[in-house]
Design a protein around this ligand. Structure first.
Ligand code: MG
Length: 396
């Protein structure tokens, strides 16, 4: 058996264990039993799947955000390993994020739920592997301040940000001219514009390269996902809005390109699978054999890059405007988009109405720059209410 170079294995808390990031994280952990140990898991409501994960990985700290699911899990202790400590609600997730026996917390819960646990993890000095977009988009300043205060590391899990992180390593920020993240273009990149008006939820959830949940797959088709990623990149790497760009790259092999002052560019390449960035975040700064096979240059590989037409993808233009407006604008962009996508998936608005709802919400909501978590969450709620109103108006 291989012996480990660590005094102990890196102990991982996984918040959002039952989703697609969670599943890929479990694959990475299973592939590196000598380096990684799963010590706590949480999910929103799928307690039976969570119980199965707890049994497979021998996890004794388990959290359920949803009250009904928490009650169901408590009524079925035999489904969990003996001695399982079961916690519920947001307080339960925060408790797991600060678990004394943990080194790193991977936050992959959907929506704003991950915000408080992420800040709690950093405050407790745990390294934070960030997969949930909302956390940096809503509370970027607070997250960076919490990391700086405790000295904990912020490790991006998204493929693009992991790529930027890897390309930037060892290079001072003053030498960076521009960071370009790639966009596959989603399900409709080759559709004529006229056809976009007819896109159905069933069309939108088919992604050509990545397999993900319905919300993020729609976000890939509108490029709202790329917009959110630009906002995150600006925050995470302390860039100016004009230093952040996106380019269409249908193959999803190059994940980001960093351009330096002298015109030299460094790019990061890998297959379009989340196990690569997840493994990088969990094992950082160590590198170990990948969970999956790397790219193989003995086979033909073509890489194509095209400029993005912002008239066709207004969500990218709106993200850029939100970055320039700063303050709470990115949070409003995120909240309005979430409501609009849910309405589209429920057949309440057409595909092309998604950016219209977001633009109207950004135009009509007046707000000041939120300085703390309660005011951020209040702005998030206000934007959701206004976006719902826009949707009602749109239908009538
Ligand atoms: Mg991404």
């Amino acid at each position: 058996m291989a012996t480990t170079a660590f005094p102990h294995r890196k102990r991982v808390v996984l918040l959002g264990a039952t989703g697609s990031i969670g599943e890929n994280t479990l694959r990475v952990i299973a592939a590196h039993p000598d380096k990684l140990e799963l010590v706590a898991i949480a999910a929103r409501g799928n307690w039976e799947k969570l119980a199965a994960i707890a049994r497979t990985h021998g996890v004794r700290h388990v959290g359920l955000f949803d009250d009904t699911a928490f009650a169901a899990a408590r009524a079925n202790p035999a489904a969990f390993p003996p001695g399982t400590h079961l916690v519920g609600g947001l307080a339960g997730l925060v408790e797991l994020a600060q678990l004394p026996a943990a080194d790193i917390v991977l936050v992959a819960v959907v929506g704003t739920t991950g915000l408080e646990p992420a800040l709690a993890a950093l405050a407790a000095g745990k390294d934070l592997a960030l997969a949930s977009k909302e956390i940096l988009v809503l509370a970027g300043r607070q997250v960076l301040a919490a990391a700086a205060a405790s000295g904990a590391k912020l490790l991006p899990v998204d493929s693009e940000h992991s790529a930027v992180f890897q390309c930037l390593e060892g290079h001072p920020l003053s030498t960076v001219r521009r960071v370009t993240i790639t966009a596959s273009g989603g399900a409709f990149r080759d559709w004529p514009v006229e056809r976009l008006a007819q896109v159905t939820p069933a069309d939108a959830v088919k992604h050509p390269n990545w397999s993900m949940g319905p919300k993020i797959t729609v976000d890939s088709a509108t490029l709202a996902n790329k917009g959110l990623e630009l906002i995150e990149a600006q925050c995470l790497f302390s860039l100016r809005p004009e230093q952040c760009a996106a380019v269409m790259h249908p193959q999803s092999i190059v994940h980001a390109i960093v351009e330096f002052n002298d015109g030299a560019m460094l790019a990061q390449l890998g297959p379009p699978s989340m196990t690569f960035p997840i493994q990088h975040a969990l094992l950082y700064p160590e590198r170990a054999p990948g969970t999956e096979a790397p790219l193989d240059f003995s086979k033909l590989l073509s890489l194509e890059f095209r400029p993005i037409d912002e008239a066709r993808f207004p969500m990218l233009r709106l993200a850029r405007e939100a970055m320039l407006a700063a303050g709470g604008a990115p949070a409003v962009y995120n909240a309005a988009n979430e409501i609009a996508v849910a309405a589209f998936l429920a057949h309440q608005i057409p595909f092309l109405a998604i950016p219209r709802v977001v633009e109207h919400t950004l135009d009509r909501l007046t707000f000041s720059s939120p300085s703390d978590l309660p005011s951020i969450l209040a702005l998030d709620q206000a934007a959701r209410r206004l976006a719902r109103l826009e949707i009602v108006n749109h239908k009538s």
